[in-house]
Design a protein around this ligand. Structure first.
Ligand code: DX5
Ligand code: ZN
Length: 224
């Protein structure tokens, strides 16, 4: 039976009651906390910075899966690691030096993730795939929560999964944007290992139960 990881995205939490929402997530079966950093340049929106990440670190017992939607990510990764990130995912489109940055992250003791916008082909990772811990495929245009899942992403998941299996790698495929209980199964069947879920968890009537319903999804497939 395929096991997968669920990463609720804190962007959809109530920031007026951040510690309450994080404590609620601590008591669910969620695996990681997905943390979206937006700079108003790489994406049109601005979210929050390192100081808020350190507050999250204090209240959240799950690994912080930090998704940097920022230009020149190399300038900021160390400060996010210091704030408590366990994983740092930067955008392939945001740097000329993905290989160097991946190795910097790994030698700093965090998991290295590379995110691709919907229009960016997974083939561009061919020469660095061996080095990456997590590939985050954006299934919406980054910048906002609550958008509609782009179905073309399912083909990208399959193509990337084939490469990972063919090369016998352990790279995780994370899907970010528009993920809900209604499409989780097809995303997992395509080969995803990690689901990010913002509005579908935090904006649901009973987030704890929604997490359980996600985690109860069973896919007869390979194990990760
Ligand atoms: C989008 C962010 C996502 C977002 C997902 O730019 O990277 O992580 O929080 O939110 P939902 O699940 O609401 O689409
Ligand atoms: Zn994200």
């Amino acid at each position: 039976m395929k096991k997968f990881l669920l990463a609720p995205s804190v962007l959809a939490a109530d920031f007026g009651h951040l510690s309450r929402d994080l404590e609620m997530i601590n008591n669910t079966e969620a695996d990681w906390l997905h943390v979206d950093i937006m700079d108003g340049r790489f994406v049109p929106n601005i979210s929050f910075g390192q100081n808020i990440v350190s507050v999250m670190k204090k209240h959240c017992q799950l690994p912080l899966d930090v998704h940097l939607m920022i230009v020149d990510p190399e300038r900021y990764v160390d400060s996010f690691i210091e704030a408590g990130a366990e994983h740092i995912t930067f955008h392939f489109e945001a740097t000329n030096h993905a290989h160097r940055l991946i190795h910097h992250l790994k030698s700093s003791g965090v998991k290295a993730g590379v995110a691709l916008n919907p229009q960016t082909s997974v083939d561009l990772l061919d020469d660095i795939l061996e080095d990456i811990d997590i590939v985050c495929l954006m299934s919406v245009n980054p910048g906002f929560g609550g958008q509609k899942f782009i179905y073309r992403t399912l083909h990208k998941i399959k193509a990337l999964k084939d490469k990972i299996i063919e090369r016998n790698l352990k790279t995780l495929i994370e899907i970010d944007g528009g993920v809900g209980l209604q499409n989780a199964e097809s995303i997992l069947e395509a080969g995803a290992d990690v689901l990010v879920a913002g509005s579908s968890v935090f904006k649901s009537e009973n987030p704890t139960e929604t997490v359980s319903r996600f985690k109860a999804i069973q896919i007869a497939n390979y194990d990760i």
